[in-house]
Unconditional design. Sequence first.
Length: 267
Amino acid sequence: MELGIEGKVAVVTGGSKGIGRAISLRLAREGAQVAVIARGEQAIAETVAQIESAGGTAIGLSADLAALASYDRVIDEVRRKLGPPEIAVYNMETPLSGTFEQHDEAAFAYAFHIIVLCYMRMVKCVLPHMKQRGWGRIVTIGAGAAKQPVRGNLDFAYALTNTVRVAALGMAKTVAWETAQHGITVNTIATGAIETRAALDWFADRARERGISPEAFVAGVVGQIPVGRLGLPEEMAGLCAYLCSDIAAYTTGEAILCDGGLTNAMP
Protein backbone atom coordinates (compact mmCIF):
# COMPACT_ATOMS: atom_id res chain seq x y z
CA MET A 1 0.00 0.00 0.00
CA GLU A 2 1.38 3.40 -0.97
CA LEU A 3 1.41 5.70 2.07
CA GLY A 4 2.56 8.82 0.28
CA ILE A 5 5.40 9.66 2.68
CA GLU A 6 8.37 8.85 0.46
CA GLY A 7 10.93 11.63 0.84
CA LYS A 8 9.09 13.22 3.78
CA VAL A 9 11.28 14.38 6.67
CA ALA A 10 10.30 12.61 9.89
CA VAL A 11 11.45 13.35 13.43
CA VAL A 12 11.12 10.55 15.99
CA THR A 13 11.95 11.34 19.61
CA GLY A 14 13.03 8.40 21.70
CA GLY A 15 13.60 6.84 18.31
CA SER A 16 16.49 4.51 19.11
CA LYS A 17 14.86 1.88 21.34
CA GLY A 18 11.61 0.00 21.81
CA ILE A 19 8.52 1.47 20.19
CA GLY A 20 10.46 4.52 18.99
CA ARG A 21 13.02 2.39 17.20
CA ALA A 22 10.32 0.32 15.51
CA ILE A 23 8.69 3.55 14.31
CA SER A 24 11.99 4.92 12.99
CA LEU A 25 12.58 1.70 11.05
CA ARG A 26 9.02 1.55 9.68
CA LEU A 27 8.93 5.17 8.51
CA ALA A 28 12.30 4.71 6.81
CA ARG A 29 11.01 1.55 5.14
CA GLU A 30 8.12 3.60 3.76
CA GLY A 31 10.62 6.01 2.23
CA ALA A 32 10.72 8.80 4.82
CA GLN A 33 13.98 10.51 5.73
CA VAL A 34 14.20 9.85 9.46
CA ALA A 35 15.87 11.87 12.20
CA VAL A 36 16.41 9.53 15.16
CA ILE A 37 16.44 11.66 18.30
CA ALA A 38 17.41 10.11 21.63
CA ARG A 39 19.92 10.33 24.46
CA GLY A 40 22.18 7.30 24.02
CA GLU A 41 24.61 7.68 21.14
CA GLN A 42 25.28 3.96 20.71
CA ALA A 43 21.60 3.04 20.33
CA ILE A 44 21.14 5.97 17.94
CA ALA A 45 24.07 4.81 15.80
CA GLU A 46 22.75 1.24 15.71
CA THR A 47 19.30 2.39 14.58
CA VAL A 48 20.68 4.70 11.91
CA ALA A 49 22.99 1.93 10.67
CA GLN A 50 20.07 -0.49 10.43
CA ILE A 51 18.07 2.02 8.39
CA GLU A 52 20.97 2.77 6.08
CA SER A 53 21.83 -0.90 5.58
CA ALA A 54 18.28 -1.40 4.29
CA GLY A 55 18.73 1.44 1.81
CA GLY A 56 16.99 4.13 3.84
CA THR A 57 18.00 7.66 4.80
CA ALA A 58 18.52 8.63 8.44
CA ILE A 59 20.49 10.87 10.73
CA GLY A 60 20.97 10.53 14.47
CA LEU A 61 20.96 13.35 16.98
CA SER A 62 21.75 12.98 20.67
CA ALA A 63 19.75 15.22 22.99
CA ASP A 64 18.38 15.45 26.51
CA LEU A 65 14.71 15.26 25.63
CA ALA A 66 13.70 16.34 29.12
CA ALA A 67 15.25 19.77 28.44
CA LEU A 68 12.89 22.14 26.64
CA ALA A 69 15.75 23.96 24.91
CA SER A 70 16.83 20.72 23.21
CA TYR A 71 13.86 20.78 20.86
CA ASP A 72 14.75 24.10 19.25
CA ARG A 73 18.29 22.85 18.65
CA VAL A 74 17.45 19.44 17.22
CA ILE A 75 14.62 20.65 14.99
CA ASP A 76 16.90 23.33 13.58
CA GLU A 77 19.59 20.71 12.95
CA VAL A 78 17.08 18.43 11.24
CA ARG A 79 16.03 21.33 9.02
CA ARG A 80 19.65 21.99 8.03
CA LYS A 81 20.57 18.34 7.39
CA LEU A 82 17.38 16.86 5.92
CA GLY A 83 14.95 19.70 5.37
CA PRO A 84 11.91 21.11 7.20
CA PRO A 85 10.19 18.46 9.35
CA GLU A 86 6.90 17.22 7.93
CA ILE A 87 6.29 14.31 10.32
CA ALA A 88 6.87 14.47 14.07
CA VAL A 89 6.46 11.51 16.42
CA TYR A 90 6.66 12.26 20.13
CA ASN A 91 7.71 9.19 22.10
CA MET A 92 8.86 9.77 25.67
CA GLU A 93 9.58 7.83 28.84
CA THR A 94 6.63 6.56 30.87
CA PRO A 95 5.98 8.25 34.24
CA LEU A 96 6.88 6.24 37.34
CA SER A 97 4.27 3.91 38.78
CA GLY A 98 2.94 4.49 42.28
CA THR A 99 -0.07 5.65 44.26
CA PHE A 100 -1.15 9.25 44.75
CA GLU A 101 0.29 9.30 48.28
CA GLN A 102 3.61 7.84 47.17
CA HIS A 103 4.36 10.78 44.86
CA ASP A 104 5.27 14.29 45.96
CA GLU A 105 4.85 17.56 44.10
CA ALA A 106 8.19 17.12 42.34
CA ALA A 107 7.12 13.78 40.88
CA PHE A 108 3.87 15.22 39.56
CA ALA A 109 5.70 18.24 38.16
CA TYR A 110 8.27 16.08 36.35
CA ALA A 111 5.60 13.81 34.89
CA PHE A 112 3.72 16.86 33.60
CA HIS A 113 6.97 18.25 32.23
CA ILE A 114 7.94 15.21 30.13
CA ILE A 115 4.46 14.23 28.96
CA VAL A 116 2.91 17.66 28.38
CA LEU A 117 5.46 20.49 28.31
CA CYS A 118 8.13 18.71 26.24
CA TYR A 119 5.44 17.56 23.81
CA MET A 120 4.21 21.16 23.63
CA ARG A 121 7.74 22.41 22.90
CA MET A 122 8.28 19.92 20.09
CA VAL A 123 4.94 20.79 18.49
CA LYS A 124 5.71 24.51 18.67
CA CYS A 125 9.04 23.88 16.94
CA VAL A 126 7.64 21.85 14.03
CA LEU A 127 4.34 23.64 13.41
CA PRO A 128 5.73 26.66 11.52
CA HIS A 129 7.43 24.34 9.00
CA MET A 130 4.31 22.24 8.53
CA LYS A 131 2.03 25.25 8.14
CA GLN A 132 4.36 26.74 5.54
CA ARG A 133 4.21 23.54 3.49
CA GLY A 134 0.47 23.00 4.00
CA TRP A 135 1.04 19.44 5.19
CA GLY A 136 2.05 17.83 8.46
CA ARG A 137 1.60 14.81 10.67
CA ILE A 138 2.03 14.82 14.45
CA VAL A 139 1.67 11.58 16.40
CA THR A 140 2.13 11.06 20.12
CA ILE A 141 2.78 7.69 21.69
CA GLY A 142 0.48 7.79 24.70
CA ALA A 143 -1.27 5.26 26.90
CA GLY A 144 -4.69 3.77 27.45
CA ALA A 145 -4.89 5.84 30.64
CA ALA A 146 -5.65 8.83 28.43
CA LYS A 147 -8.95 7.17 27.50
CA GLN A 148 -9.72 5.52 30.83
CA PRO A 149 -7.77 5.88 34.10
CA VAL A 150 -6.02 2.67 35.11
CA ARG A 151 -7.03 1.59 38.60
CA GLY A 152 -4.07 -0.71 39.26
CA ASN A 153 -3.44 -1.71 42.85
CA LEU A 154 -1.09 -0.93 45.73
CA ASP A 155 1.71 -2.95 44.10
CA PHE A 156 1.77 -0.88 40.94
CA ALA A 157 -0.60 2.07 40.69
CA TYR A 158 -0.72 4.75 38.01
CA ALA A 159 -1.47 8.08 39.69
CA LEU A 160 0.99 10.03 37.53
CA THR A 161 0.03 8.45 34.22
CA ASN A 162 -3.69 8.81 34.93
CA THR A 163 -3.19 12.51 35.63
CA VAL A 164 -0.85 13.73 32.91
CA ARG A 165 -1.91 11.56 29.95
CA VAL A 166 -5.33 13.23 29.97
CA ALA A 167 -3.70 16.66 29.85
CA ALA A 168 -1.56 15.67 26.85
CA LEU A 169 -4.62 14.30 25.07
CA GLY A 170 -6.54 17.52 25.67
CA MET A 171 -3.69 19.54 24.22
CA ALA A 172 -3.40 17.24 21.19
CA LYS A 173 -7.13 17.61 20.50
CA THR A 174 -6.86 21.39 20.75
CA VAL A 175 -3.86 21.57 18.40
CA ALA A 176 -5.71 19.28 15.96
CA TRP A 177 -8.64 21.70 15.81
CA GLU A 178 -6.40 24.73 15.39
CA THR A 179 -4.21 23.29 12.62
CA ALA A 180 -6.64 21.21 10.56
CA GLN A 181 -7.11 24.01 8.02
CA HIS A 182 -3.37 23.83 7.25
CA GLY A 183 -3.39 20.18 6.20
CA ILE A 184 -1.95 19.06 9.53
CA THR A 185 -3.24 16.12 11.53
CA VAL A 186 -2.56 15.48 15.21
CA ASN A 187 -3.26 12.07 16.72
CA THR A 188 -2.37 9.92 19.71
CA ILE A 189 -1.69 6.19 19.86
CA ALA A 190 -2.96 4.94 23.22
CA THR A 191 -0.82 1.89 23.88
CA GLY A 192 -1.15 -0.93 26.38
CA ALA A 193 1.38 -3.54 27.51
CA ILE A 194 4.04 -3.65 24.80
CA GLU A 195 6.93 -6.12 24.70
CA THR A 196 9.93 -3.81 24.89
CA ARG A 197 13.16 -4.31 26.81
CA ALA A 198 12.17 -1.53 29.22
CA ALA A 199 8.76 -3.11 29.86
CA LEU A 200 10.22 -6.57 30.44
CA ASP A 201 12.74 -5.11 32.90
CA TRP A 202 9.88 -3.35 34.71
CA PHE A 203 7.91 -6.59 34.87
CA ALA A 204 10.96 -8.37 36.28
CA ASP A 205 11.36 -5.72 39.00
CA ARG A 206 7.71 -6.01 40.01
CA ALA A 207 7.99 -9.81 40.03
CA ARG A 208 11.02 -9.63 42.30
CA GLU A 209 9.12 -7.37 44.72
CA ARG A 210 6.31 -9.93 44.84
CA GLY A 211 8.62 -12.90 45.19
CA ILE A 212 7.47 -14.55 41.97
CA SER A 213 9.11 -15.31 38.65
CA PRO A 214 9.04 -12.77 35.80
CA GLU A 215 7.20 -15.35 33.71
CA ALA A 216 4.46 -15.62 36.32
CA PHE A 217 4.10 -11.86 36.50
CA VAL A 218 3.88 -11.50 32.72
CA ALA A 219 1.30 -14.30 32.64
CA GLY A 220 -0.82 -12.28 35.06
CA VAL A 221 -0.58 -9.22 32.84
CA VAL A 222 -1.37 -11.18 29.69
CA GLY A 223 -4.35 -12.79 31.42
CA GLN A 224 -6.05 -9.37 31.48
CA ILE A 225 -5.54 -8.74 27.74
CA PRO A 226 -8.32 -10.10 25.50
CA VAL A 227 -5.95 -11.05 22.66
CA GLY A 228 -3.89 -13.05 25.16
CA ARG A 229 -0.42 -11.63 24.59
CA LEU A 230 1.76 -8.54 24.87
CA GLY A 231 1.76 -6.12 21.97
CA LEU A 232 4.74 -5.80 19.65
CA PRO A 233 6.59 -2.53 18.92
CA GLU A 234 6.18 -3.25 15.21
CA GLU A 235 2.39 -3.22 15.64
CA MET A 236 2.56 0.28 17.14
CA ALA A 237 4.86 1.30 14.28
CA GLY A 238 2.39 0.08 11.67
CA LEU A 239 -0.40 2.19 13.14
CA CYS A 240 1.93 5.17 13.42
CA ALA A 241 2.95 4.86 9.77
CA TYR A 242 -0.72 4.89 8.77
CA LEU A 243 -1.41 8.02 10.83
CA CYS A 244 1.59 9.70 9.18
CA SER A 245 0.33 8.88 5.70
CA ASP A 246 -1.77 10.62 3.06
CA ILE A 247 -4.37 7.90 3.58
CA ALA A 248 -5.07 9.24 7.08
CA ALA A 249 -5.63 12.84 5.98
CA TYR A 250 -9.20 12.81 7.37
CA THR A 251 -8.18 11.38 10.75
CA THR A 252 -7.22 14.04 13.29
CA GLY A 253 -7.73 14.77 16.97
CA GLU A 254 -8.06 11.06 17.71
CA ALA A 255 -6.67 8.85 20.47
CA ILE A 256 -6.58 5.38 18.95
CA LEU A 257 -6.33 2.44 21.33
CA CYS A 258 -3.77 -0.18 20.35
CA ASP A 259 -3.76 -2.35 23.46
CA GLY A 260 -5.17 -5.74 22.50
CA GLY A 261 -8.61 -4.81 23.83
CA LEU A 262 -7.35 -4.14 27.37
CA THR A 263 -9.04 -0.78 27.94
CA ASN A 264 -12.75 -0.95 28.75
CA ALA A 265 -13.56 2.55 27.51
CA MET A 266 -15.42 3.05 24.26
CA PRO A 267 -13.02 3.93 21.41
